[in-house]
Design a binder for this molecule. Structure first.
Ligand code: PMP
Length: 357
């Protein structure tokens, strides 16, 4: 069977070369005579795979030594809890509510700290990133943002200036798609299933001076200090997923790294938005200034036409274009692994569909 162009929001398309390599190494990984899934996580062979993945992420994001890099269980959602459990000293935190996951992160944090929603675009359907300037508290433990809003297709075009207050970012849906200065952040975390690898694990980048404040009730698997001390191996990690993350990171390096893929990502997003801006049938939903380069959201204005579009696109191998169930419409997720040809095929199909309408 032919492979399709998969526009899924996550789990999402992985580079074909990564899948083929994993297939080749499925029964004998790194000359060990076994699959990575059969290796002891305490073995030198697996340790080398883990160290390699961490080193590649450090190189790709230019992560300085004063930051720890960890692989955590439970995806980004687990870090929604881990953030307040590890960073609460004064017991208050600022959250910017720019989308569903930002909202969920704040709701989860309320169990452990006093949450101040400094700005929200919820009432306007999250079509933009709300203005935070002049609204941040000087004495918060941290400020939490979501750099790319996966469901609504918006992104931060500038980062809040938080002074001495650590900036914490959920980068799940745009990590490694554009360069970020890690030093601007106290903490970066991301579920792996968009630009890093398979689902179920999260990457955590934390400035070391912020470590050591875990709440007494913090479960040990969420305690960043303990995970750091144990090389993300307090218990048995998801070795298979971390191995695949390493392969994806190696692939990204072979593509020229983040600086290079950003150019392709800008090009891919522009192809779609340029068409949407002149289309008489399709309308982009995010405010222009805040358009995501990873998740392009659009509608026709008719739920019936939207459904027909999604179905007909699927029939020609352009799959998973249905918008999130909470907003409807369409969403083309075009993460790093989506080739330019996939976006070209989508735009060509949209033109054809429009002409026939
Ligand atoms: N944050 C963002 C921005 C996301 O897009 C997602 C998942 N789509 C999550 C958090 C939740 O991630 P996970 O399913 O890995 O917990």
């Amino acid at each position: 069977m032919e492979r399709v162009f998969n526009f899924a929001p996550g789990p999402s398309a992985l580079p074909l070369s990564v899948l083929e390599r994993a297939q080749q190494e499925m029964t004998c990984c790194s000359g060990s005579g076994m699959s990575v899934m059969e290796m002891s996580h305490r073995s030198p062979a697996y340790q080398a795979i883990y160290d390699d993945a961490v080193a590649r992420l450090r190189a790709l994001m230019h992560i300085p030594e004063e930051y720890a890099v960890l692989f955590m269980h439970g995806g980004a959602t687990m870090e929604f809890s881990a953030v307040p459990l590890n960073l609460s000293i004064k017991g208050k935190a600022d959250y910017i509510d720019s989308g569903n996951f930002a909202h969920v992160a704040a709701e989860e944090a309320k169990k452990y700290t006093s949450v101040n929603i400094v700005a929200s675009s919820r009432a306007d359907g999250y079509t933009y990133v709300p203005e935070w300037k002049g609204r941040l508290s000087a004495d918060a433990d941290y400020v939490h943002i979501t750099t790319n809003n996966t469901i609504y297709g918006t992104r931060y075009t500038a980062l809040p200036e938080t002074g001495a207050v650590p900036l914490v970012a959920d980068m799940s849906s745009n990590i490694l798609s554009e360069p970020y200065d890690v030093m601007r952040f106290g903490v970066i975390y991301a579920g792996a299933q968009k630009n890093i690898g398979p689902s179920g694990v999260a990457v955590l980048i934390v400035r070391r001076d912020l470590l050591g404040h875990a709440a007494p009730q913090c479960p040990k698997l969420l305690d960043w200090v303990l995970q750091e001390k144990n090389g993300s191996m307090i218990n048995t990690p998801n070795t298979w997923a971390i191995y695949l993350c390493g392969l994806c990171l190696e692939w990204l390096q072979s593509m020229g790294g983040v600086e290079s893929i950003e150019k392709t990502n800008i090009e891919k997003a522009a192809m779609l938005y340029d068409f949407l801006d002149e289309s008489r049938l399709f309308k982009p939903t995010a405010q222009k200034e805040f358009r995501s380069r990873m998740n392009v959201t659009f509608v026709t204005g008719s739920a019936e036409t939207d459904a027909r579009f999604v179905q007909e696109a699927k029939a020609v191998g352009l799959v998973n274009l249905k918008g999130h169930r909470s907003v409807g419409g369409m969403r083309a997720s075009i993460y790093n692994a989506m080739p330019v040809e996939g976006v070209e095929a989508l735009v060509a199909f949209m033109k054809k569909f429009e002409a026939a309408c």
